[in-house]
Design a protein around this ligand. Structure first.
Ligand SMILES: *Cc1c(COP(=O)(O)O)cnc(C)c1O
Length: 306
């Protein structure tokens, strides 16, 4: 038994029609804690438990923290999540439902993270949201499942925050002998740290995050993501917040699943018939999910563009 579930792989009729090609979805929005993150974090938590960890510590008020809280509850290991004062009530509510201990500390993520690190004792395990080989190994199971299904897409579309999902999928492609299968790595304007990194040839720190897709809001991607950009065919694509939001609405109507704009960014390529899809007949989109947005929040953001 793993902490993540094997998710459905389905062809989207509406998205195939709107993009004029075959669009397949890996529905990781249906993971119990709401996003793909449980794949890698679940594996990391199980590994730390085997090594004797008695507590899991995270500094993420987003989907990574939720995955840690979920894993801790299922494995019966206490979880402490340190979040900054800016964390929404909804995020805290979701963490409390998983029985996590929440410590509110500092005005920014940096301060919360520093405090979380200062709490670590010998039997505590700290779970990073994207920069950890155990995470990539776990995220790679997305590709294992697609490989076993018998479907071989011509390209894979996924969203990039800190680059953990990208690094995991690239690893999964390599370990299944699909090292030639291109990845379209999607970010939103104002959170395009992978785009900046591949232009520079190394991770660079963005001055700030201005996108509403907060789950993509890592100011700097991990080194591993840049390594893969040199070892694997990866095309960086940057879309607007507005495109990501419209895709969330369309996806809810088409597939009855609410996802965050972080996921909408990837879905928007099919809905907007992005030219980057032109070379490919069959596309797999990782519907990475995300539990932190409500439909009211998505519509409030969308209203800014109306
Ligand atoms: C974390 C997350 C991402 C980005 O993943 P990284 O591993 O940080 O690149 C994308 N979408 C959702 C919903 C997420 O939770």
């Amino acid at each position: 038994m793993t902490l993540h579930t094997q998710t459905p792989l389905v062809e989207s009729r509406p998205m195939s029609l709107s993009s004029g090609r075959s669009i397949w979805l890996k529905l990781d929005a249906l993971q119990p804690p709401g996003s793909f993150k449980i794949r890698g974090i679940g594996l990391a938590c199980e590994t730390h438990r085997e090594r004797g960890a008695r507590r899991f510590v995270s500094s993420s008020g987003g989907n990574a923290g939720l995955a840690v809280a979920y894993a801790g509850r299922v494995l019966a290991i206490p979880v402490t999540v340190v979040v900054p004062e800016t964390t929404s009530e909804r995020a805290k509510e979701l963490l409390l439902r998983e029985n996590a201990e929440i410590i509110v500390h500092g005005v920014s993520w940096q301060e919360a993270n520093d405090f979380a690190l200062s709490l670590l004792g010998a039997s505590d395990a700290f779970l990073h949201p994207f920069d950890d080989p155990l995470l990539w190994q776990g995220h790679a199971t997305i590709v294992d499942e697609v490989f076993r299904s018998g479907l071989k897409p011509d390209a894979i579309v996924l969203s990039v925050g800190g680059g953990g999902l990208l690094s995991g999928v690239a690893e999964g492609l390599r370990r299944n002998g699909w090292g030639d299968l291109p990845i379209l790595a999607v970010e939103t304007e104002g959170a395009a740290s992978f785009h900046a990194a591949i232009e520079a040839g190394h991770p660079v720190e963005l001055a700030g995050i201005t996108s509403i897709a907060t789950s993509l809001g890592a100011k700097r991607v991990c080194e591993r993501a840049v390594y893969w950009s040199q070892e694997h065919p990866i095309l960086s694509v940057v879309v607007s917040d507005q495109s990501a939001l419209s895709a969330c609405e369309a996806f809810l109507a088409d597939h009855r699943v609410l996802v965050e704009p972080a996921c909408g960014a990837s879905l928007s390529l099919a809905y907007e018939k992005a030219p980057e899809l032109d070379p490919f007949g069959t596309i797999l989109i990782v519907a990475c999910g995300g539990a932190t947005a409500t439909i009211d929040q998505i519509r409030q953001w969308s209203a800014r563009y109306a």
